[in-house]
Write a protein that binds this ligand. Sequence first.
Ligand SMILES: Cc1ncc(COP(=O)(O)O)c(C=O)c1O
Length: 366
Amino acid sequence: MHRSADAMNAVAPRTRDARTHGGLHDAELSALQLAPADVLDFSVSCNPYGPHPEVLRAIRDADATRYPDPHALPARRALGQALELDGARIALGNGACDLLWTLARQLVRPGERVVIAEPAFCEFRTAAERAGARIVCVRAEPDADFALDLPAALAVARASRARVLYLCTPSTPAGAALPARDLVTAAREHPALTFVVDQSFLALSERFSDAQVELPDGVIAVRSLTKEHAIPGVRVGYLLAAASQVRELDAHRPAWPVSAHAQAAVIATCRTGPFVAESRARLLEDRRRLAARLRELGLDPVPSTTCYLLARVGRAAELRARLLARHGILVRDCSSFGLPEHIRVGARPLADCERLLAALRQELES
Ligand SMILES: Cc1ncc(COP(=O)(O)O)c(C=O)c1O
């Protein structure tokens, strides 16, 4: 990460497409005359072994004819039991993304500095900008395999008198991660700083046991059910924070923020036993195999703790377009992360990876 005063004070410029995300877009598919089912999607890194049938059944059976519980109490209780936490410390949202926006509305005052450890998922930064924050970026370096440098981020936060620090661990697009214990120590040493920690990929990462680490009040952990349960269409995520913070959060969002289907999904995910752990084991093995095969192609994927790999390929946007148009394969072009020569690919079962590798071999050689 940059440590210089210049870098600290720069309100980092953003490219116009900074809010690009992975996933399928109807306009692009229509132009290529592709249906969603024609596309093998490596761009979003959801669990390819899900969803669990119980979760799908619960979503299908949810009652759309009544308002859902406005405080999502049964779902928070179930999740609290599963996480061995008081449900009052849990807020559910319309995806982790919704919670990041709500937090920005709650935490950020116009003109204040917010430190963002980049490259990272872009939504908290976008929301903080809309709330009037002055963004101060610290960027992980390719030469250091995009390792998250917490001491550098804290130094920037102190120097810029920021009250909020956002970081993604595991990070996206690189998959670097910080031990949760380091965050606990940092939060104790910086009581005036609120740490918004995006752990959306934690459950599918080698650091999954960090989910058990008790976090102090200054740390808000944001998690997604989209990834490990493969339900991006449902839109459901949660955060863990002090109970007072959770109560205050509701003042910054509309009533009924979590649909009946999302609440039913949460309750059902708590009954899926070893499903996430088994998926993680398979996916981390898929990732190891994919990394080895990418190296055989002459690529050099960045070491990752989680279920996706970042690799430098040259012109990423062009490669993405060719893979989609010619092979029906979607990868994440990382230009929006300021990495126009990198793509990110999610781990998938062997047969899917063989298709990706064959397409990549063809396109990289042409
Ligand atoms: C790091 C990170 N956080 C949050 C999200 C959004 O998750 P959700 O689908 O729960 O809004 C994503 C989605 O790609 C992500 O990569």
